[in-house]
Design a protein around this ligand. Structure first.
Ligand SMILES: [Zn+2]
Length: 377
């Protein structure tokens, strides 16, 4: 039973729990949905974005922020999300992810990760952002036009801002912690020593290998040059070993990729919800694969995936959930960005569950209401 009430024009949502049903009398306990979590929404101060202040787009962004304040309840008290509108985004409708927009201009640009890392909270088991950003296409969503699908697009991009896709790890893992028991401090290159929480930033590491290589190239006689490549190969193996180590418990690990052409999501919370609502015996949730010329291809590196592959659910499966909804219309499907006017999006509990896998505390009950109920205009 879904219960809401209107107070001062605002909708209050209640959780309901069946207490008894004797003699055809159904008694429910209802409690208001409360969350202490805050989404600190900021519009970027620039000439294009400033045109959107006071428009319906700002209202919708606030609606979306309030929605996430209900479905996420912790564990940190607040996230800051900066939103910008921009021209020249071509056919990209929106993008979102951890870190600042300035760092985020090319979504999933690994070279920008060291800075983004500073906006992440890193614990033994999780990495999640306290500062994120989203950017929307101002040519598609003109400030003086009202395009209703923007609200759903904003929910989609905010999901990325909370880490959906952006902080998944797998074949394309981009951040890791080094267990010191295996790789002790003296073995670490200088650039990695003393980083907070034993965090290794892969781009730094790669730069360091390059510097290493340049050093040998410049100062050692030719006979040693042949050692450089094998050394890098060995370093790569070591990395792979460490990554596999991390995959089994150290950091939020998502997926069971033997290849990127059939990527699978196996995060515990997401998969559990998927089993409840879609397929009882599911072993994974299908992730949108890497595609080249219309074909699935193996092992495409993340920087070459363009922001859609490997970071969304595969919407082409034709799977129907237990409520009769086609996964094609789920909010984190692979191509929501394609459709202006796509108004029938819904959010599966497994999508929210994947945020729990990243480290957020979530409340699934709010998904009993359609997303449109959180839209004020
Ligand atoms: Zn997306």
């Amino acid at each position: 039973m879904n219960v809401t009430s209107q107070v001062d024009g605002k909708t209050i949502f209640y959780n309901s729990e069946l207490v008894s049903s004797a003699n055809n009398v159904w008694r429910y306990k209802i409690t208001p949905v409360e969350s202490k979590f805050k989404v600190n929404l900021k519009l970027r101060d620039d000439p294009i974005t400033n045109k959107y202040r006071g428009t319906v787009y700002e209202t919708w962004l606030n609606d979306v922020a309030r929605f996430f304040e209900k479905v996420i309840t912790g564990p940190i008290p607040e996230i800051e999300i900066t939103v910008a509108f921009d021209t020249g985004m071509d056919n990209i409708w929106g993008q979102g992810g951890p870190g600042d927009i300035a760092l985020n201009e090319g979504e999933f640009d690994v070279s920008k990760l060291p800075e983004i890392v500073d906006d992440l909270i890193i614990t033994d088991h999780h990495m999640f952002p306290f500062k994120s950003s989203c950017k929307f296409n101002a040519d598609v969503h003109k400030h003086n036009e009202k395009i209703d699908s923007f609200y759903y697009l904003a929910i989609h991009e905010f999901m990325h801002a909370f880490g959906f896709g952006a902080l998944w790890n797998g074949e394309h893992i981009i951040l890791m912690k080094v267990p010191r028991s295996i790789l002790t401090d003296w073995m670490l290159p200088d650039v990695m020593k003393g980083l907070p929480g034993d965090l290794v930033r892969l781009p730094y590491l790669l730069n360091n290998i390059k510097a290493f290589s340049d050093f040998f190239n410049g100062s050692i006689a030719g006979t040693l040059l042949g050692l450089i490549d094998p050394m890098i190969v060995e370093f790569g193996k070591m990395l792979k070993y460490l990554l596999n180590y991390n995959l089994h418990g150290r950091i939020n690990y998502i997926g069971n990729h033997t290849s990127t052409s059939y990527p699978r999501y196996t995060g515990q919370n997401g998969l559990q919800q998927y089993r409840l609502d879609v397929q009882q015996n599911a072993t994974h949730i299908q992730i949108y694969p890497t595609i080249t010329n219309g074909n699935r291809v193996e092992n495409k590196p993340l920087p070459e995936t363009g922001g859609t592959e490997l970071v969304h659910w595969d919407k082409t499966t034709g799977i129907i959930d237990k409520f009769g909804r086609n996964l094609n219309d789920e909010i984190m499907g692979s191509t929501i960005e394609e459709g202006v006017g796509k108004l029938n999006c819904w959010m599966g509990t497994w999508t929210l569950g994947s945020l729990a896998d990243i480290g957020w505390t979530v409340d699934y009950t709010l998904l009993n209401w359609p997303l449109s109920r959180f839209k004020s205009v």
